[in-house]
Design a protein around this ligand. Sequence first.
Ligand code: IMP
Length: 427
Amino acid sequence: MPAIVILGAQWGDEGKGKATDLLATTSTIDFVVRTSGGHNAGHTIVVNGERFATHLLPSGILAPGCTSVIAGGVVVSPEALFRELDALSARGVDVSRLVVSANAHIIASYHSTVDKVTERFLGKNKIGTTGRGIGPAYADKVNRLGIRVADLFDEGILRQKVGASLELKNHMLAKVYNRRAIEAAVVVDELLSYAERLRPMVADTSLLLNRALDEGRTVLFEGAQATMLDVDHGTYPFVTSSNPVAGGVCTGAGVGPTRIDRVIGVIKAYTTRVGSGPFPTELFDADGEKLWEIGGEVGVSTGRNRRCGWYDAVVARYSSRVNGLTDYFLTKLDVLSSWESIPVCVAYEIDGVRHDEMPMTQTEFHHAKPIYEHFDGWGDDISGVRSFGDLPKNARRYVEALEAMSGTRIWGVGVGPGREQTLLVHD
Ligand code: IMP
């Protein structure tokens, strides 16, 4: 199984790091690759009881012998990259096997400045971004005003590009946002200070990965953010600025779609989202608070509380479709153990009409009311269960029902954060 994609099927924070880690421990993974997003992601991985959080680095950085790749579709803050590398090194993790694409775009300090002032300016219409400069860096990329990793090694080009990129921004900052203009020379000096350390990590990652696949090596493309945050297929405009769907792996890595063998969607047994935007199954009652508390639903990246709600099978079917999923990995089933009855959204009611599929327009999605089916709970703590067959009958029924309505088989189920708390449903 040489090329595998793991991605988020909901609004992020589904536990993708755990699924990646499981694959890395059950089969030999030679490369783990990030293909989109930046340090707005947050992967928590528990290894031998020790908790690690990565934001920009692929979670394969924790697997000895595995090469971690930051591909061209990622936006890289060198400052955040080095901070993360230093923190892992300090805990004894070998971070020497990291490769960064020469084509990846740089997040400079002015991108997060622009991110924050834009959000403030939007007021109640704000997106609720992570404030890390992701959107402005991708905007510059598309506007052809971006700085790429390779530019850090050519001072003349770097000065020219930073100057061009800041020209319009400085007009905006001073005249619209009433802020001080940013000096290009200061930005250039900062970026140049990263060049020497970055240089040995930089490569043509498309060539590297295609050669690896030619040699039959196993490459895992690790998603960040998630399907419903995709700039084309998510709840636009309340989305991130990249393509976390499976198609984004191909453009982000420079690997053709015919090379991908398996696409695993990671999905929680309920739903969460951070930031603004529509969320049909969101709960504003004691159940929502209980999911938040038992699920520990606080963002890894920003420490923000996640909004919580029931499982949404319409979202799951949509994710199956737009990603061409081959498998689902269902996480956090154990969080639901204390409910007597568990609602699952099977369809939406929009202006009196039932919708079994994602509505075509955002206006309809904003008006969607969940239609629930209720499933009997199981009562027992399942975090110690080690095989799917040993789950209480109602827990198995819940998983099987989700599988039947979500459009893709469920390959594995998570019943806790540890490596050993994963049950295989289908081999
Ligand atoms: P940005 O990616 O910082 O521009 O934020 C855009 C939206 O995506 C906001 O609603 C964020 O909360 C959300 N977002 C970005 N990264 C993640 C993530 O890793 N998990 C969950 N939500 C995210």
